[in-house]
Design a protein around this ligand. Sequence first.
Ligand SMILES: CSC[C@H]1O[C@@H](n2cnc3c(O)ncnc32)[C@H](O)[C@@H]1O
Ligand SMILES: [Zn+2]
Length: 436
Amino acid sequence: MIRGVTVVPVTGPEAVIRDGAVAVADGEIVYVGPADGLPDGFTADRVLGGPGMVALPGLVNAHTHAAMTLFRSYADDLPLMKWLEEAIWPLEQKLIAEDVYWGTLLACAEMLLGGTTTFADMYFFMDRVAAAVEKSGIRASLSRGLIGIAPNAEKALKESRAFVREWHGRANGRITCMLGPHAPYTCPPDYLRKVVAMAAELGVGIHIHVAETRQEVEGIKKQYGCSPVALLAETGLLDLPVLAAHCVHLSPEDIAILAAKGAAVAHNPESNMKLASGIAPVTELLTAGVTVGLGTDGAASNNNLDMLEEMRSAALLQKVAREDPEALPAYAALEMATIGGARALGLGDKIGTLQPGKRADIILLNLRRPHLYPPHDVVAHIVYAAQAGDVDTVIVDGNVVVEGGRLLTLDLDTVLDNARHCALRLVGKPKARSLL
Ligand SMILES: CSC[C@H]1O[C@@H](n2cnc3c(O)ncnc32)[C@H](O)[C@@H]1O
Ligand SMILES: [Zn+2]
């Protein structure tokens, strides 16, 4: 049980419970409300919380490549395709399973300590990603990345099927799976149709990068005579549950297609800013009724996995793009980072708000800090002023994984040392400013 806290359940802009309580049994939320409204005789094995603490749903990172923590600050200040083709893809050729394991554990540590309880991942060696998720205690939606133009494209599809069969629903349901075709420019329509058939057969969704850069949209138009979104619709991909990462360059027709098909978007404002890809039309997407979650993208293009920071960036970016301070208000950003992301991952019934019946993915922020005083508006504080270091407690599926700002599931030094060794082996000769 959590008590003596302010509860922000993310069930409505004004829903704030002072002196609130959240009770959990068998990993499920069984009560959310005023502390004095708990049923008579209610007892708890363990009580968390206290003055200055705020309880809210765990944050959902709706798009990342966790193991890319190994490439953090390796290649910066480049546009997407130069960054991928000249820096990242050559390095990814050298990845081995253990790199992905340690890189993912490093990401899980960073995310949990920053209040993220769920992430959507697309990468390679996904068995090792799943093992890292299982060990760290985080929740994740995992997709084996598929590059349709690569020599191993067919083998990768078969591996995806085996991965989904082995891992979907594992770790007490903390792990779910999707198929992960990388993007329309690396997966031709015939390959996408095979992915669609396999996703339908397995009953899972599809996680894909879409319309990230102007160059992508122009390239797809030249090759296929339509936009990336229209191309996906033509292959049947949008008839399944879809998590479309980026969606920066969309026409009004594209937005209407996404809304009509019920596709969800993962917005990645910091990665989009850093790679200078552009500004996603988040306000228009939300107005059209599209589900929008928030993601960091990989740590190589962000360069962190901090969802509190990402919320602030998302809100500020819409305001500056539209020259409208009312664009993407604090509560809308908080929704995107919680229930929006949960819905985008197909987990809207399970996580994303604090409500009875949902799994207990809960974080406690400590507001008794100089930069959070005085607490005029708890939602504005969470979005505009809080930092990862304010995360005191993190609970995933009813298990306490961070307490007093300390990670309980992993030995941090071991993770840092192994990640450093992997990074060193991958880059070979460190660059001049490297501290490896
Ligand atoms: C096929 S596994 C995932 C693949 O995606 C690459 N990647 C990382 N960030 C981005 C991005 O912003 N747009 C497109 N692709 C990206 C990653 O390096 C892997 O190769
Ligand atoms: Zn990405």
